[in-house]
Each structure stands twice: as C-alpha cells, then as structure tokens.
Design a protein around this ligand. Sequence first.
Ligand code: SAJ
Length: 438
Amino acid sequence: MKFAKICVIGLGYIGLPTASTFATHGIQVLGVDVNQHVIETLNRGEIHIHEPGLHDVVKKAIQSGNFKAVAKLEEADAFIIAVPTPFKEDELGEYNGMTYKLADMRAVVSAAESIVPFLRKGNLVILESTSPPRTTVDLVAPILSHSGLAAGRDFHLAYSPERVLPGQIMRELIENARVIGGVTPESAQAGSDLYGTFVKGQIIQTDATTAEMVKIMENTTRDVNIAIANEFSRLAEKFGVDVWEAIRLANLHPRINILSPGPGVGGHCISVDPWFFVEAAPDLTTLIHHARFVNDTQPHFVVNKVKQALGDMKDKKIAALGLAYKPDVDDLRESPATEVVHLLQKEGAHVKAWEPFKPDASLPGIHMVGSFEETIKDADAIVLLVNHTEFRQLNPSEVARKTKSRLLIDTVNGWKDEAWKNAGFDVRVLGVGKIRVA
Ligand code: SAJ
C-alpha cells in the first residue's frame, strides 16, 4: 500500500518524533494535538520537549513543507494514534487487600472518535499508545465502526507498539525492530508498508492482541527486574553488604544480569504499563502486582535512609538534586524523585529541589529553585536522586565550598565515595550497609 498523506494524533514524546520522521521521509504529515501552545511552538520550528536530535528533525520536517501541526484532522491515507494512556488519578481497583491502578483510556477514545468523520474505505488506522490487552479489537474497532465501515473489511486496523528509549528515541525509532499486529493479515501488511518508509530494523507482523501483549510484557519484565534489584538493596543494608559490589559480582555469572537499584521506578511507561495486566487479570498477576508494590514503596526506603542519617527531620533543610524520572532527560512524569521530596516534606523537612533539565518547571507542592548553588547553600543534607551526567561530574571540593552541608545521601551510586570523603563529606549510598572499602 502507498501513503501520500497521514495524520498523527498526539504530538508528545512518541507522536512528534514519529510524525517528523515520516515527514523527512517524503510523506505529507498533519500532526494533530489538543494543545494550542504545542501547535504554535512546532509551527515556529521549535519544540516543547527535550529529546536529543529531535529539534533538527522537526526543523527539517517543517522546512520540507511536509509537516504541519494542527488542531483538527483531515482526510488522509493513514491515521496514527499516539496519545497518552495514563492511569486514573482518583480511582483504584482492589484485589485480595492490595490496591491497583486503573487505565485512563479517555485520550485513546477521543482520538478514535476524532477519526470517525474522516475515515474512508481503504484507509489504515494504527494505535501506538501502550494499551491494555484487547484495546484494538474491543475498544478502538467498535468506535471506528461508527463511520459505517468495518475494521479489517473496509479499512485496515493495526496495533504497533513504540519501543524507543527516551534519550535515544530518534535513533531507536529507525533502528529498533517493530512489531505490527493487524486485525487481519492485510492490516498488518498495510502497517508494515507504512513503517517500512523509515524503519531499518526488522518489521514483524502478528495479530493486534499479541502486539499489545508484547509491549506490556517488555515493560513488565523490566519493572519486575528493577523490583528485585530494589529488594536486594534493602537486604544488603540489613546484612551489612554493599549491594553495588554484590550485583557486580553476581553479574559475572554468564546468565545473570541484575539491574540497578535506585529511588524507585518512574516515567510514563514502566511504572504504568504493568498495571494494565493487573487490572485485566488481578487473579493472575501476583508477581507483577508485588513488583509494582516494591518499586512504588522504594521512595519510602530512601526517606528512611535520610532519617537514619539526619535524625528528626523537622525543620531540617534538604537539597534534592534531580527530579527527572531518570538520568539526562527532562521528563518529570511519575518520577520517584518527586515522591521522595513529598515524603521528606511530610516528615517536616524544608526541601529545595534543582532539576537542571527543567530549571523553570513548577510542580505543585515542590519548591524548585533556580540554580544548583541556591539549592545546596544552607542545606543540612544533600540527596542525589537522579544520576544526571552533570551531577556525576561535580567537583567535590568545589561543592564543599558552596554548601554548609557535609552529609550526602546518594540514591543512585553516582558519586565515587573516596573523592567526596576526601573533601570532607559523610557519604551514605543506597544499598550500602557497611563502610565501603576504598
Ligand atoms: N531504572 C532503575 N534501574 C535500572 C533501570 C531503570 O531503577 O536498572 C528506573 C529508571 O531510573 C526509571 C525507570 O526505571 O525511573 C524506567 O527507565 P528505563 O530507562 O528502564 O525505561 P523508560 O521508561 O525510559 O523506557 C522504557 C523502555 N522499555 C524497556 O526497556 C523494556 C523503552 O524501550 C520503551 O519504549 C519505553 O519504556 C516505553 O515507551 O514504553
């Protein structure tokens, strides 16, 4: 199948890289978003999110005349839905005394509804948003049928998960293998033809529900693996062991690859997607549910560590370094670092936070300051919450001159103890239950 014009609905971390990459590969792309600010920013050739390499591609896409951001759809050969699927903020499910989060599918529903008036025979619709199993066939297909056309008979419908890693999206979008799950083999073929425009990795066709499950299985596996690393960090502290050294030694085994503990799991993917399985089958997801619980409670473990070091936290001044959900990105969504800050404040501490990738961000209930210097100046303790390269590269003696604090709590193993100790700091590292040997 040939594609001259497509609509990409949702211009966020996935939709924008996808839309602009299609445009730089010769397809006319209408990028549709509900946010007027996003539309205006993009049409000026600027971008509203930080992702290495994205700005260049968007500029090229606009200059080529192939890309335009708009508020309303038009007729096209294909429609790609790339909107968020967060969880509901005000409602929880419960199974066997344990609560679980519920998917909020409103954005997918309204994106599908917006396609209905423009859907024509022979079109292709692709859902890219990570969604609970069976969303394509049980939620999207029935909405699209309001057009009077049937999925698989009159138009093609497929699910194709994005699998790109924030920070490396522009490269992975092109190089990663792509799974395309069609409601019919012809739909999968049409999806392959479309992504074949720029994907250099393998394109594998399957059915829609398998493709949905593949995506959630990938992120769930990573969540469970991080949960065990976090649990090991708790055990190591109890047994007087350095978990980082223990993991390094365990990983010398040819079939073991333990991930890294930290302050918890954040972002819009790994901390969200496993709930899609739990919600869909709470009776079959004991391990997945417990892994979520471990990762969601890791910020409490961090706060206990700060408390052990600092004693009563009432009116103590704490500098929080990093609020992003992981190193070297500007994405603050579902960030465990922000959860740690909230919990420290609940203990009575006064927290100043510094996020170099989003210095102007404002987060409800969090005191974000405009510079690193101001954050640490009169702190009683400095807590490293994200392993940003620029934090790792800090010079300990320079930091010592800028702060009155001599206590560091490192939750990501970012600071080499010796240098910081030599500069006069007491360094407490998450998962280290003994004084480290140099
Ligand atoms: N984290 C740890 N320890 C680790 C690795 C990660 O605590 O050893 C934490 C991070 O700090 C972060 C969270 O986990 O808070 C998630 O980070 P990540 O780098 O593992 O993953 P994401 O959420 O940025 O991207 C994931 C990727 N999925 C997998 O690696 C299976 C990516 O390929 C997906 O496209 C993306 O989710 C998505 O959009 O679903």
